[in-house]
Design a protein. Structure first.
Ligand code: 13P
Length: 215
């Protein structure tokens, strides 16, 4: 039996899966989502249509990667587990195949500092992790590296990952990164876009720390 807290977390994962498809940042069951839970994590099952998911379908993964549940976990469980292990600041991970992020990732491009909002991903770029086959430990290692000091990365020939302290934050960032990718894609026909400097992005990061509702 699931307690109310765990049922709620599992429900939020399913709701977010449906939301990423509604928002147009994913299609079918290409994406997967996890949320930290106890010493492990809760993760979407592999290849099941989101609109048929029930809280009981979400899989628990222990820290050593042992699944508990009635389905197999997402094929991308390696990077979900490794990111949670390496990044104590991360409590939720959203992976999807957003069209514009994926176009850039196919071309092996990172998102450079074209717009000050690049800073919301933690620095002056959103890196693109080198290609490795889906579901592999190698892909996971590449993703963890691309996420160093960042909250998002692209995956070459694949898609994108956004992480956050909470699921709403990771979802929000996934949409922001897709927006940046779309803006960059829109600039490219004009030639190499002018970029903000490290210093300018640093100033944005500093200013953002004091932005919004305080306390
Ligand atoms: P899952 O259905 O196994 O989560 O895989 C989809 C995917 O995006 C693989 O990268």
């Amino acid at each position: 039996m699931l307690d109310d807290g765990e049922r709620e977390k599992r429900g939020a994962i399913i709701e977010s899966c449906l939301e990423m498809n509604r928002l147009g940042i994913n299609q079918g069951t290409s994406g997967n989502i996890s949320v930290r839970h106890g010493d492990g994590l809760l993760i979407t099952p592999t290849s099941l249509p989101y609109d048929r998911l029930e809280p009981e379908d979400v899989v628990f993964l222990s820290p050593d990667g042992t699944p508990e549940g009635r389905h197999r976990p997402s094929s991308e469980w390696h990077f979900h587990l490794d990111i949670m292990r390496e990044r104590p600041d991360v409590n939720a991970i959203v992976h999807a195949h957003p069209t514009y992020c994926t176009i850039l990732a196919i071309m092996g491009l990172e998102i450079p500092p074209i717009h000050y909002m690049v800073a919301v991903a933690g620095g002056s770029n959103v890196r693109c992790a080198p290609y490795a086959i889906f579901g592999s430990k190698e892909l996971s290692q590449n993703a963890v590296k691309a996420l160093e000091g960042r909250q998002a990365c692209l995956l070459e020939h694949h898609g994108a990952i956004a992480v956050g302290a909470s699921l709403p934050k990771a979802m929000w960032l996934a949409v922001e990164v897709e927006t940046l990718a779309r803006q960059y894609h829109g600039c490219l026909p004009f030639g190499a876009p002018p970029l903000l400097s490290e210093e300018q992005i640093g100033a944005v990061i500093e200013k953002m720390a004091g932005y919004g509702h305080q306390g």
